[in-house]
Design a binder for this molecule. Sequence first.
Ligand code: HEM
Length: 91
Amino acid sequence: MIAVKKHYIDTYSDEQSFVKAVADWVTKPDESKTLMRGAIRRFKIMPPMPFPRDDLKKIASYIFKGDIEKPKGFDKHFKEEHEKGKGKKLN
Ligand code: HEM
C-alpha cells in the first residue's frame, strides 16, 4: 500500500482526485490506466474488489491521509526500482 500511495500521490496530489483514481482502479483494474507497470509485469494485474463505492472511498481516503506502514528497506527498494526503470519507461 505504501508503494501504491507513493505512485498515486505524485499524479493525484489532492485528496479528491486520489480517492477517485484509487476507487475507480479497484472497481475495474485496467492495464491501460496503470501507474505501476513494473508491478503488473511481476505480479499480474490485481483482481477487481467489488466493495460498495462509499467503502472504497473511505479506504482510499485512509490511504491518502493515513500513516501507511513502510516495510523495512522500502525506501532503498523504491529508489533502486525507479533508477532501474529510468529510460526504460517501466513506471
Ligand atoms: C481494498 C483493497 C485494495 C485496494 C484499495 C487496492 C488498490 C490498488 C491500487 C490503487 C493499485 C495500483 C494500480 C496501478 O496503477 O497499477 C494496486 C496494485 C496492486 N494490487 Fe491492489 N488493492 C486492493 C486489493 C488487492 C488485493 C486483494 C490484491 C491481491 C489479491 C491486490 C494486488 C495488487 C497487485 C499485485 C498490484 C500491483 C499490480 C497491479 O497494478 O495490478 N490488491 N492496488
